[in-house]
Design a protein around this ligand. Structure first.
Ligand code: AGP
Length: 612
């Protein structure tokens, strides 16, 4: 899971001293999607550090202790997702040293904090919290006592730390600076006017600047209101001007724009996201398809929804290009640490580009000699940076924790890539490949049509499902990963237990659970499995299941056996995956809303999982 960090330092000309805390609080709200249980800010004012923090949602804590009224032009803020120490006011970040002159925010885990805490306690340091993070504040204090300047004390302290981190640190001795460092946890810098930022993610400061520097692994430095100092892993200063990127996300993209939730806004953005992703795909898959054709073996690796996208790519590579590829859940990569290497290609899929399990997997495979192709939505994020080649989806920022537009755009990229491999490898004629590409080009229009026609139907279905305790999602062939994704969506935001199975497998056990009224969602494509799926409907109906189906037009013989049908145009399965995903997202969304849950911030979940 992932905490959120923001830090802002501004010139005094930027207005009243409480304005910066307001910016920090707004930034923290933009990071809420990462999941958190407590929140806090620290500011430097009048040669002192002021800290306000507490357990609970930002709005509640702000009501209680007015986070946005803290005075100061240098302010750090944090949303905490508890790892070491229960969620509490005391364990919330920022943490300070004994003198109260240093404050620290952290995303990640300090693995050797027990030893460090013992050592520091023996030296007389008093700890307030149970967190791993607090050791950094005391370590810096210790090195300051030895006469170091803050930056050097910070660097020396970092050398003692084992684990993962993105740190933001302020110190009264240097009131215009925010010190930062990154290792295996995301961190970005925003370059504003007389005001600079650090944050865990770009939306935190998108309202103020689109000029961004992505901090790479093991880099560190500090920002002032009008400068950035950055050192690479070897301590060599980086030419920061060369690293600034103007990102093409707009502040509106990170706002709800009248929608009640980001998730529904992002579902509706899919036609645009698909259209943007289609642009330039021909070029960007070229190099990757060559690598795949030369590979000894091809693997996909990812977590969660991105893993489901891998299963689609994997299916198409097998079916269209005749390449026997395999998909790996990234947290299970260790099984393959000896078998994947020289000559292999690994396709890593991650919308955030920061999922730690996927990052760890590609590091091991790359070290063994494998070539890494990544598919990501975030330019210059960790996974693309460590890959040999990257293809980007252009979905724009996805704030809702549940992946929607990043999933359908991932499928689009992987389908395009598989087509290119199949064509270049002589398994599809130019004409066959062109026809399939033409059908993929229709995805934005088809998705618009589904959204216009089925929002009402899926809302009713979601409301019907709200009282169910469990549901099955069944599919075959390319429909299976889409069923898996549908079930994941229902589970993660509506908290209804849902499982997906290959429809053929359902009678080997799962069917025992079916009783009258048990919802089963069938994904039926215009493919070789259509008739078999009818058999599965009959089996489930015979046990009283409530049968819901997404089916192609002119399938009346199936429609009449279903309790509810969503009829889509007859589509080539390659584009059907994208289209069928949309009603499943809507059903989960409306089930969550009907049950009174906030689909943007599901309990216990974070958007980017940066802890292994
Ligand atoms: C899906 O709705 C979740 N957000 C989650 O399963 C996610 O897909 C997974 O954590 C992988 O994230 P990534 O694409 O950023 O690597």
């Amino acid at each position: 899971m992932a905490c959120g960090i923001i830090g802002v330092t501004a010139r005094k000309s930027q207005g009243s001293p409480s304005r910066i805390a307001e910016i920090v609080k707004k930034g923290l709200e933009k990071l809420e999607y990462r999941g958190y249980d407590s929140v806090g800010v620290a500011a430097i004012y009048d040669n002192r550090i002021l800290v306000r923090k507490g357990k609970g949602k930002i709005s509640e804590v702000n009501r209680r202790i007015k986070l946005d009224r803290v005075l100061g032009w240098t302010v750090i803020g944090h949303t905490r997702w508890a790892t070491h120490g229960a969620p509490s006011d005391i364990n919330a970040h920022p943490h300070t040293d004994c003198s109260g002159k240093i404050a620290v925010v952290h995303n990640g885990i300090i693995q050797n904090y027990v030893e460090l805490k013992k050592e520091l306690t023996a030296k007389g340091h008093r700890f307030q919290s149970e967190t791993d993070t607090e050791v950094l504040a005391h370590l810096i204090e210790e090195y300051l006592k030895k006469g170091n300047e803050v930056f050097h004390a910070f660097k020396k302290a970092l050398k003692r730390i084992k684990g993962s981190y993105a740190f933001g640190v302020i110190a009264v001795d240097e009131p215009d600076k925010i010190f930062f460092a990154r290792k295996d946890s995301p961190l970005v810098i925003g370059i504003g006017r007389d005001m600079n930022f650090i944050a865990s993610d770009i939306p935190a400061f998108l309202e103020y600047t689109r000029d961004v520097i992505i901090v790479y692994d093991e880099e560190l430095g500090y920002i002032t209101p009008d400068s950035v100092y950055l050192e690479d892993e070897n301590g060599i200063p980086v030419n920061v001007k060369m690293r600034i990127r103007k990102i093409d996300w707009t502040p509106d993209m990170a706002k709800k724009e009248g929608y009640p939730h980001f998730m529904i806004k992002e579902i509706h953005e899919q036609p645009r996201a698909l259209r943007d992703t289609l642009r330039g795909l021909d070029e960007s898959v070229g190099e990757a398809s060559k690598l795949i054709l030369e590979a000894r073996k091809v693997y996909f690796v990812a977590a969660g929804t991105s893993y489901h996208a891998c299963l689609v790519g994997d299916y198409l590579l097998n079916i269209l290009a005749g390449i026997p590829s395999f998909s790996i859940i990234s947290s299970e990569y260790k099984k393959y640490r000896r078998s994947i290497g020289e000559g292999d290609v690994v396709i890593a899929v991650s919308q955030s580009g920061e999922t730690i399990d996927t990052l760890m997997a590609i590091r091991v495979f790359k070290k063994n000699g494998a070539k890494i192709i990544s598919v990501s939505n975030v330019v210059d994020s960790a996974i693309p940076r460590e890959s040999n080649y990257t293809i980007y989806t252009r979905a724009g920022p996805e704030i809702g924790v549940a992946a929607t537009k990043t999933f359908t755009t991932q499928i689009l990229v992987l389908s395009w890539l598989s087509l290119s491999v199949a064509e270049k490898g002589g398994k599809l004629t130019e004409n066959e490949a062109r026809k399939m590409r033409d059908s993929l080009r229709k995805a934005p229009l088809l998705v618009s049509d589904i959204l216009a026609r089925y929002e009402g139907v899926t809302k009713k279905l979601g409301e019907e499902l709200m009282n169910s305790r469990s549901a099955f999602y069944l599919g075959r062939g390319i429909g299976l990963p889409i069923a898996m994704e549908g079930a994941l969506k229902l589970k993660e935001i509506a908290y209804i237990h849902a499982e997906a199975y290959p429809a053929g497998e359902s009678k080997h056990g799962p069917i025992a659970l079916v009783e009258p009224g048990f919802p089963v969602v069938f994904l039926i494509f215009e493919d070789e499995w259509k008739r078999h799926m009818l058999g599965n409907i009959e089996e489930m109906k015979a046990r009283g299941a409530y049968a819901i189906g997404i089916i192609p037009e002119e399938s009346e013989f199936i429609e009449e056996r279903l309790d509810k049908a969503i009829v889509v145009p007859k589509l080539k399965p390659i584009v059907g995956t994208i289209v069928y995903s949309v009603p499943l997202q809507l059903i989960a969304y409306y089930a969550a809303v009907a049950r009174g849950y906030d689909p943007d911030k599901p309990r216990n979940l974070a958007k980017t999982v940066t802890v292994e």
